[in-house]
Design a protein around this ligand. Structure first.
Ligand code: ADP
Length: 194
């Protein structure tokens, strides 16, 4: 198996790049943002609970997200690997993911962190707000999401860096150039030079 985490702040392009990576490398894409939005639109009990947090720009509680990931992993016993997008977003989620993967006798192999300057992130998110129809896309909520990222999610990069798994990639190039840089890093791990 090859398990990858695509990491980065809101607006860094994780969703777009995950679709490219998933297709090119045959990995199973798991986006907690997409999963949560589909629970919200299906008005499931989990979705109704999650919406309260998402609409304020807050992270959904760890236990809700970890439960969702656990059942998703179980639903794909034959996956060649997973591409986690938007997860883990807290240290507790990262530790829970390690435990879930260890149970399957595998691990996270690589964490690609997309780095984009703050002005560009804000510009992209406000642009998306005009067209997305997402209830969490307005200036006040976006500001809150940035604070949540800095306080709770950014430390996850350090968690993986300590394990020697983190690679930082510039995410303010074009979509194609960013994908090229990500692919180069993945290939380096898939085809180690002996
Ligand atoms: P982004 O705009 O950063 O790509 P996502 O679509 O990944 O955002 O997530 C949208 C919202 O869903 C987040 O602001 C958060 O409320 C919730 N969410 C998504 N993933 C997680 C997670 N792993 N832990 C907690 N909350 C999450």
């Amino acid at each position: 198996m090859f398990n990858l985490v695509l990491f980065g702040p809101p607006g860094s392009g994780k969703g777009t790049q995950s679709i490219n990576i998933t297709q090119s490398y045959g990995l199973q894409h798991i986006s907690t943002g997409d999963l949560l939005r589909s629970e919200v639109s299906g008005q499931t009990p989990l979705g109704i609970e999650a919406k309260k947090y998402m609409d304020q720009g807050l992270l959904v509680p760890d236990e809700v997200v970890i439960g969702m990931i656990s059942s998703l992993i179980d639903q794909h016993p034959d996956a060649r690997g997973f591409n986690f997008d938007g997860f883990p977003r807290t240290r507790a989620q990262a530790e829970a993911l390690d435990a879930l993967l260890q149970f399957k006798q595998t691990q996270i192999h690589l964490v690609l962190s997309l780095e984009v300057p703050q002005e560009e992130l804000t510009r992209r998110m406000l642009g998306r707000a005009a067209t997305s129809g997402r209830s969490d896309d307005n200036a006040e909520v976006i500001a809150r999401r940035i604070v949540e990222y800095k306080e709770k999610t950014f430390p996850v990069a350090q968690y993986y860096d300590e394990q020697g798994k983190l690679a930082v990639i510039k995410g303010d190039l074009s979509i194609d150039d960013t994908f090229h840089a990500l692919s180069k890093e993945i290939d380096r791990h898939l085809l180690p030079v002996s």
